[in-house]
Design a binder for this molecule. Structure first.
Ligand code: 26V
Length: 811
């Protein structure tokens, strides 16, 4: 923990400000002040960072490398201050200088280098690894443009580039001397040299991978880990361009552009896989750079490559970094001269893999021709892995051609990345109990049968430091006052809070805190969306990517139904509700974009209808991102987790909401099942088809959306309203939603689950009206949320998969 006095901090800050801007503090803009603060904190951190690295090199503890295409960090200033243990000192010192810390924190651009759950999980894991003193490194891509910015214009999503680096980035350090060269295309020359078969890559296109390191601050423990993001640059320098003759100059420009394209932009679609060559380039680019730098560092500090898997663990976040497997093989074979058997043993024992989705359409497979042309040597290695694997299959399933070809790594003209990831690693995990069971028994059952010991579950988690301590300081204080502070380092100690579920002071405090957080959010809604919401209404929230399986449509249909009911019976006795939505649709996902249009159309009509305006309001908040989530989550009372059962691998916002005292309305999907197990049936509202029912319907196809609709008056009315101009002058604006629900037979069982969802919402209404009961439920939810801290998850990864992190036990 950094100890620093307020006066010292003031002195350091003023000096930093003057050095950086060449003017006095009172002449500076808030942005100047933010930059000075960031830069000062980075100085403080730097000393500890160097110490941490020295210690790691000295003590040679096992290093974890977490490879991920996405790291959705959000803002860093507030959390770095918190973890350094100087946020309060800093806040007071700045106040005395006439500066509000929060104003500066709000100026920071989100680092939005991820699509959603998978990228945010990676960020929570980095925070937990540093906080648990686990030597953990992130490895990814420094996209020049992160996840697009979303605006809602005339009810529709409009995307613009996320220029997050516009004002620079105080947190990163560019390490030009640690650059690596990554090779694309070309040919492989095979020769015998000294009795050994050698492979030489010729005529390739070289790309320089330049690392940018960001410090990851552990919680009050003086550990600073590293997130290393790679940026693509041409190998020749700018000067060389001017000396080229005209023809070569144009070629050089083409080369420069094609290289820079690699780390230009994050792919904004996390639901439909497209075999785009640029994405394959991105994957090999960061994986190759990362593995090369690991080996370089390893050889310098540790030496013997045969012990590699004892000293390092390589984790791949979904299949996107799977090329780490053949790339490590390539280096061990071609550059280090190991035998295939040794290289394979070391590689498979080093690598572990997490699966994050069962959606077929998101599974990665690369066309052989593209793969081979771009990565000729890597393809040869993948073919060899496949050959050996299919031989193993043959010895088990002799004659069963269908099975063997289905399980092969290369087949039907594609390289199947999930198969390569399973075969080339020693551990395969799902992200919630139900999800892991589905992997084992359905999606990957053939592989589970073959390698039962590889499969394991690691239920996701979220860092309670960002999602509770930082986002909800008032609830944090209440916890500290009632149960002490041990939960901060041992989050499951939050269970002690359950003792207060009948304590009227605590319940009143919970009510007050929620109300204050709601007021803060109401102001943001007013400022950003121009809508005035009633802070006495229930804040009912669904924020996440817009996707058919997450069923924002189901939420929309019940809003339409409630509106109909209120028009029929204006004195209907319901607790007023504010329905809050936020989330981005992939730019090419037409149905998802139409879903946003539907929600904004409901808002337009219903919010402007004075007959119902004291009972319901609908808000679609623009540009959902980590920092906005930090404002929404603490103010939420009802958490909507309503995916079609079996489809949501885990979900993590469900955990954030419960930790902040929201009541969950949910299907028994993903980690909702474990949340229910923790809080008990009385403290969550469950509805909808079960896993068995869903799988049964998919198997036998006995579901009829039309029959379901025709059997329910409410559904007849609202589905008609989708296409009769009730919500928009343009009658066919929502026709595709109607078609999907009815004529395409409602793939995600929205209509099937409608009745039970309405019933569940009526239950929520009843519970909310009983203020005592509601606060009691809220208290139980908070008390049982500690297990969903990513600290628990990371301890399970460390002991169960990586074999690392002995030190966290000494916390
Ligand atoms: C998939 C693809 C497919 C191809 C194009 C680009 C791209 C980018 C990302 C992804 C990842 C999709 C998987 C994903 O995000 N899964 C989510 O992972 C969360 C963390 O484990 C989990 O809580 C969510 O339930 C799960 O949907």
């Amino acid at each position: 923990m950094l100890t620093i006095s307020k006066d010292r901090f003031k002195r350091d800050y003023i000096q930093k400000f003057i050095e950086l801007h060449g003017k006095d503090l009172d002449e500076g803009t808030n942005l100047n002040k933010y930059e000075a603060l960031g830069s000062l904190i980075r100085d403080y951190v730097s000393r500890m960072w160097i110490e941490t690295n020295k210690r790691y090199n000295r003590e040679k503890e096992k290093q974890v490398y977490y490879f991920s295409m996405e790291f959705l960090l959000g803002r860093l200033l507030g959390n770095s201050l918190l973890n350094l243990g100087i946020r309060d000192v800093c806040k007071k010192a700045l106040k005395e200088l006439g500066v509000e810390l929060e104003d500066l924190e709000n100026l920071e651009q989100d680092q939005g280098l991820g699509n959603g759950g998978l990228g945010r999980l990676a960020a929570c894991f980095l925070d937990s690894m540093a906080s648990l003193k686990i030597p953990g490194n992130g490895c990814g891509i420094r996209y020049k443009y992160g996840f697009f910015e979303q605006k809602i214009i005339e009810g529709s999503q409009v995307e613009s580039p996320d220029k997050w680096l516009r004002e620079g980035n105080v947190w990163e350090i560019k390490k030009t001397d640690k650059a690596e060269v990554v090779k694309f295309g070309g040919e492989i020359k095979t020769e015998y040299i000294g009795g050994r078969l050698t492979f030489t890559h010729v005529n390739y296109e070289p790309v320089l991978a330049v690392p940018h390191d960001t410090p990851i601050v552990g919680f009050e423990n003086e550990v600073i880990n590293t997130l290393r993001l790679w940026s693509a640059e041409p190998v020749v320098n700018e000067f060389d361009f001017s000396s080229f003759s005209r023809g070569e100059f144009l070629k050089a420009i083409e080369y420069k552009n094609s290289v820079e394209a690699i780390s230009q932009v994050l792919y904004p679609d996390d639901s439909f896989y497209e075999g785009k060559i640029l994405r394959l380039k991105q994957q090999y680019f960061f994986v190759s750079a990362g593995i090369q730098s690991i080996i370089r560092h390893y050889k310098k500090h540790l030496g013997d490559l045969c012990l590699l898997n004892e000293k390092i663990a390589i984790h791949i976040n979904d299949t996107h970094p799977t090329l780490a497997i053949p790339e490590l093989m390539r280096i061990l074979l071609d550059e280090e001269g190991l035998s295939w058997e040794d290289a394979w043993r070391i590689t498979t024992n080093s690598v572990s893999y997490t699966n994050h989705t069962i959606l077929q359409e998101a599974l990665e497979k690369w066309p052989i021709d593209m793969f081979k042309k771009l990565l000729p040597r890597i393809f040869m290695i993948v073919e060899e892995i496949n050959e050996r694997f299919t031989k193993e299959l043959w010895s088990k399933y002799e004659g069963q051609w269908d099975k063997i070809s289905q399980m092969a790594i290369v087949g039907d003209g594609y390289v199947r990345m999930a198969h390569l990831a399973i075969v080339g690693s020693h551990s395969v995990n799902g992200v919630a109990k139900l999800h892991t069971e589905i992997l084992k028994n359905q999606q990957m059952s053939d592989f589970y049968y073959m390698y039962p010991r590889k499969f394991n579950n690691k239920t996701n988690g979220i860092t309670h430091r960002r999602w509770l301590i930082k986002a909800n300081p008032k609830l944090t204080s209440l916890l500290n006052e009632t149960i002490g502070e041990s939960w901060i380092k041992h989050p499951t100690d939050m269970e002690k809070f359950e003792r207060f579920k009948n304590d009227s002071f605590v319940k009143e405090s919970l009510f007050k805190i929620k109300n204050e957080n709601k007021q803060k959010l109401a102001k943001i809604i007013k400022d950003n969306q121009g809508i005035v919401v009633d802070t006495n209404s229930i804040f009912d929230v669904q924020v996440k990517r817009i996707h058919a399986y997450k069923r924002q449509t189901l939420n929309a249909l019940r809003i339409m139904d409630l509106y109909n009911k209120l028009l029929e019976n204006p004195s209907l006795d319901i607790a007023p509700r504010t329905f809050i939505f936020a989330g981005k649709a992939a730019p090419a996902y037409y149905l998802a974009k139409k879903t946003i249009e539907l929600i904004t159309a409901l808002a337009d009509k219903i919010n402007n209808d004075p007959r119902v305006s004291d009972k319901m309001k609908i808000v679609f908040m623009e540009n959902y991102r980590v920092s906005l989530a930090e404002d929404i989550v603490p103010a939420t009372e009802v958490s909507e987790q309503i995916s079609t059962t079996t489809k949501e691998a885990s979900g993590t916002s469900n955990m954030k909401f419960m930790m902040n005292g929201a009541i969950t309305i949910a299907t028994l999907d993903g980690a909702n099942v474990e949340i229910r197990d923790e809080v008990g049936d009385d403290n969550i509202v469950i509805f909808g088809l079960t896993e068995r029912e869903v799988l049964e319907y998919y198997r036998h196809g006995k579901y009829s959306a039309w029959d379901t609709r025709n059997g329910d008056e409410r559904l007849i009315k609202i589905t008609d309203q989708l296409v009769n101009g009730f919500y928009h002058d343009e009658k066919d604006r929502f026709r595709i939603i109607y078609e999907n629900l009815l004529n395409y037979n409602d793939e995600f069982f929205v209509l099937k689950d409608f009745a039970s969802y309405i019933e569940a919402q009526e239950k929520v209404d009843k519970l909310y009206k009983n203020k005592e009961k509601w606060q009691e439920m809220s208290c139980v939810n908070i008390a049982h949320s500690g297990i969903f801290s990513s600290d628990r998850t990371i301890k399970e990864y460390a002991t169960g998969i990586w074999g690392s992190g002995y030190l966290y036990k000494n916390l």
